[in-house]
Design a protein around this ligand. Sequence first.
Ligand code: C5P
Length: 239
Amino acid sequence: VEKREFLYEGKAKRVYRTENPDLYLVEFKDDATAFDGLKRGTIAGKGEVNARVSAILFRILEREGIPTHFVELRSPREMLVKALKIFPVEVVVRNVAAGSLAQRLGLKEGTVLKNPVLEFYYKSDELHDPMINEYHVAALELATPDQVELMKNYALQVNEILARVLEPADLILIDFKLEFGLHHGEMLLGDEISPDTCRFWDRHTKEKLDKDRFRRDLGKVEEAYQEVFRRINEAVGEM
Ligand code: C5P
């Protein structure tokens, strides 16, 4: 597959067409942003870690019956994916209070939630990705009720599969964000699943091994990304 014209650039990825209209090439960058783009930086080796971690996890999810956009890694930081029309909705699942949930509800970071919490956010740079619910999704026609139901079911299944898969890697899945899209009318899991889009804590020390190290200037950022790849690859990887 050949890399053809550049399609668009996000904060952490570049997307290209290929000679096959059904396939896009996603290039994972080392660029990092946080706090709605206010904080910018580079995390050396991040692109490769995120591509490889995503590849491992997408493969496992496919095997477990979750359809994803993943086709193959073309190089350590280039992923071949099925072309998607992405829903302008981010689906967040949380198992432990952290980040914006801890803040909004006044929960101590690390509080184990009685049940997984699922949230929707409206992908809009101008509006700074406000949290919305299913009524907003329907009112704004961001997705149909059936599509919302499917996204919720997949997201909660992904949570169970990932939590199980990360156990032998001694990682706790605190929370994560998913994006879905349509490929010839079929709902597929898209985007990435990586230390950029998930919170991972060490099971024993509760050390943060994810983008929070960058967001909060905790140091050892590169090391944390490498550590997540090393552990997941060792526990479950094949790449
Ligand atoms: O910031 P917040 O606590 O709401 O984030 C919840 C989870 O979703 C975190 O794992 C975070 O990395 C992820 N997230 C993301 N992209 C966003 C917002 C949140 O990957 N735009």
